[in-house]
Structures are given as structure tokens and as C-alpha cells.
Design a protein around this ligand. Structure first.
Ligand code: NAD
Ligand code: GLY
Length: 375
């Protein structure tokens, strides 16, 4: 059988491939068998994805002579809390794993982050493979080794950098993903263009609707370009020790504040928050005279045109929500990217010209938030 399209994440001693294409779930055994320390895997999934794809994935491993067991967690962000993580660890230990057992994360970013962190600490570390099933997970969270869980102090504050051995992005599974989840993932796709690839953003403007409507070629291209960008950035700055990987946080300082205010739940999905946050980051850049106003307008127009909520009054589907600039700024201070009380932002000198700054005038920020709340 032909080899799928692969992108290498080039990390010394821990390099791995991202395989992209339709039907890869059915080839998971054949593609991962050479990487397994022993022919046994434990699949971790959620109770929405497991009924859709769990049996097919298990059959693909069994066909390649790999024994499988499956553990399922409830779908949704709440599975990333401490109590759920404890239940998962005990569930995994009940299955008597050994250090040669490989965990396989079958699901979106929640399952990927949770399983990756479980793999990092189970028996002091076992291998894991990502089989991402949301667009967000295929273009962002399954690549790069950020794993973790949430605490009452905030999201992803306990975790580890722990790289998978392989990422299998089966593009066909996106056909069952609800449009709202697709859109949330699409914000992360457009992000790569806005960070440093203006041609890709222009491609998104032309082809974004096709990606969302299920055009297979457009979808595959969007995932490949996103993974190429992410792999390049992660290989150069795996642990975010320079400001390079921090560019992947474009839109996140604003987005995190919006998510915190809406309770990190279904009212505002992470990708939706990133989309609104990117529009605000470009607006702030234009307001500070860093970026042409026309570029900020282009960003807002495209994200709004595909259906992402870019105006605060449309966020959370609740027009009566009262936003407050001071409270949003307080949430930004609690963000793990804030350093010594200084807010960190990714701003831009134009589309594809992003940079990190810890030097944003708070009056300008306050003015932007007040205007966004009034708009
Ligand atoms: P998710 O994992 O909650 O998945 C969204 C919903 O879609 C869930 O209900 C899930 O059951 C369902 N689903 C998944 N695949 C499906 C499919 N193919 N068909 C039908 N339904 C499907 O959410 P997400 O947006 O994938 O991930 C969000 C999480 O990712 C957050 O916790 C965020 O912090 C994390 N994240 C991590 C990184 C990283 O670098 N590690 C980057 C971005 C986001
Ligand atoms: N999603 C941000 C990062 O992986 O660094």
C-alpha cells in the first residue's frame, strides 16, 4: 500500500512523523507497528469518539498483530481536571501496563493533552501516539508535545513537554465533526498564515469555505501547511525558550481572557476564543500604529466571513453578557504567559509579520477593550 503524506518533526533523538490522509485509522497498526516497544497498545478515547472510531482503530492494530485495550473518558474539557486525570491513571493501572505499553490518544485536543500527560507520568513514562480527530487537534494540539491538565488556578497549568512517537491525522474523520468544532479548528489554521505566511492567509481567504464545506483537497492542503508550520517552529524552539514558539500564541492573550470570563466551557470554544483574540490582536496592532488598519480589517473580515464570532456581543450566543475591560485585563494577568506581572502579547506589523512583546501600553489596551465591548 502507498505511503501517506508525512511531515517530519525534526527533534534530535525524538523526531517523529505526522502522517496525513484519508483512511489512516484503518492503517494505524501497519504504520505504527515498527515504532512499538511491544505489540500492545492502550487506546484512550472519549465517549463521543470511541463509538465512532474506536472499533476500527482497534481492528487496525489487531490486524497488525498488536493487542489492544481501551479506556474511555467523558467527552469535554472537564476530563482535563485533576479528578478525571486520577481516574484515568487508575483505570490505566488496572490494565496492568508495563513500560513497553504504548498509549494511543484517539480524539480531540482534550484526549490528546490528557493522554500525553498520562503517558509522561505512567510508570515514569511510556510511549504514546496521537490519532487526532478534530481539525484543531490535527493542525495544532497533537503536534509539538505540549501535554497537560487544568487546575482551579487555570487551564493547562500542570503538564509536561512530552512528544508523541507518531501522529496519524485521518482527514476523513472530520466528516463527522460538527461545523462549530470545525470552525474552531479553522481559526488555528488561519493563525499560521497570520503568524508568518501571508501567502497562506491569502489562500485561506480564497479556500476557507471549501475547507469547512468538506472539500477533501482543500482540507488536506490546510492541514499539511499548518503541520509544516508547526513542525518547523517546534523543531526550532521545542520548549518555548525563545520567543519563536510563543508566536503560536497569537490571539491567545485576548482569547484566554475571553475564555476565563465565559468559564472555559461550551459558551466559547478554545478555537473560537483564538479567532476573536487574533482579530483583537490585529486591531490593537493597528491602534498602536504598528500595523496597517487595512490588514486588521482583512483579518476581521475573513474570520467573520467564515462564521467565527469576532464581535464580543456575538460571543457565547448570549447577547446579554456584560463584558468588563478591567476584568478582562485581570484575566490576562493570570495567564501563564504573563511574566513578572507584565502582559505578553503577540502583535503584528502586518499579515504574516507577528512578533512577541511585553511592552504594551495599558491605556491603549484599555481603549481597545472598551471599544470592542461597545461595538
Ligand atoms: P475536544 O477534544 O473537546 O473535541 C471537541 C468535541 O468534538 C468533543 O465533544 C469530542 O468528543 C468531539 N469529537 C472529536 N472528534 C470528533 C469527530 N471526528 N467526530 C465527531 N465528534 C468529534 O476539543 P478540541 O477543540 O479538539 O481540543 C481543545 C483542547 O485542546 C483544549 O483543552 C485546549 O487546551 C487543547 N489545546 C492544546 C494544544 C496543545 O498544543 N497541546 C493546542 C491547542 C489546544
Ligand atoms: N499551541 C501552542 C503551542 O503548541 O505552542
Amino acid at each position: 500500500m502507498s505511503s501517506p503524506r508525512t511531515i517530519r518533526v525534526d527533534l534530535a533523538g525524538r523526531a517523529y512523523d505526522i502522517a496525513i490522509g484519508p483512511g489512516l485509522i484503518d492503517r494505524a497498526g501497519e504504520l505504527s507497528r515498527p515504532l512499538l516497544a511491544a505489540p500492545r497498545v492502550t487506546i484512550v478515547s472519549d465517549d463521543t469518539v470511541a463509538p465512532l472510531y474506536g472499533a476500527r482503530l482497534a481492528a487496525a492494530f489487531e490486524k497488525a498483530g498488536v493487542g489492544t485495550q481501551t479506556v474511555t473518558v467523558p467527552a469535554g474539557e472537564s476530563s482535563k481536571d485533576f479528578a478525571s486525570f486520577g481516574r484515568l491513571m487508575n483505570g490505566l493501572l488496572d490494565l496492568r501496563p508495563d513500560r513497553k505499553t504504548t498509549l494511543v490518544a484517539l480524539g480531540g485536543g482534550v484526549v490528546g493533552d490528557l493522554t500525553g500527560f498520562a503517558a509522561a507520568v505512567l510508570l515514569r513514562g511510556v510511549d504514546f501516539i496521537q490519532v487526532p480527530t478534530t481539525l484543531l487537534a490535527q493542525v495544532d494540539s497533537s503536534v509539538g508535545g505540549k501535554t497537560g491538565i487544568n487546575t482551579r488556578h487555570g487551564k493547562n497549568l500542570v503538564g509536561a513537554f512530552y512528544q508523541p512517537r507518531l501522529v496519524l491525522a485521518d482527514t476523513a474523520v472530520l466528516d463527522t465533526l460538527p461545523r462549530r468544532e470545525l470552525l474552531a479548528g479553522y481559526a488555528e489554521v488561519a493563525k499560521y498564515g497570520l503568524i508568518d505566511d501571508p501567502d497562506f492567509f491569502a489562500w485561506c481567504e480564497k479556500n476557507g469555505e471549501a475547507v469547512l464545506a468538506g472539500d477533501a483537497a482543500a482540507r488536506t492542503y490546510a492541514i499539511e501547511q499548518s503541520c509544516l508550520s508547526k513542525a518547523r517552529i517546534v523543531a526550532a524552539d521545542e520548549r518555548e525558550t525563545t520567543d519563536l514558539r510563543a508566536l503560536l500564541n497569537l490571539g491567545h492573550t485576548f482569547g484566554h481572557a475571553l475564555e476565563a470570563e465565559t468559564g472555559f466551557g461550551g459558551a466559547l470554544l478554545h478555537g473560537e476564543a483564538v479567532g476573536a483574540g487574533m482579530a483583537m490582536a490585529f486591531d490593537l496592532s493597528a491602534r498602536l500604529g504598528l500595523c496597517p488598519a487595512a490588514d486588521a480589517e482583512r483579518v476581521r473580515r475573513h474570520l467573520g466571513a467564515v462564521g467565527l464570532p469576532v464581535r464580543l456581543r456575538t460571543i457565547g450566543g448570549d447577547n446579554s453578557r456584560t463584558w468588563n475591560a478591567a476584568r478582562l485585563i485581570e484575566h490576562m494577568r493570570g495567564d501563564k504567559k504573563a511574566e513578572g506581572g507584565k502582559l505578553t502579547f503577540v502583535l503584528a506589523r502586518g499579515i504574516g509579520k507577528s512578533f512577541v512583546t511585553r511592552d504594551v501600553d495599558e491605556a491603549g489596551l484599555r481603549g481597545l477593550l472598551d471599544d470592542a465591548i461597545a461595538a
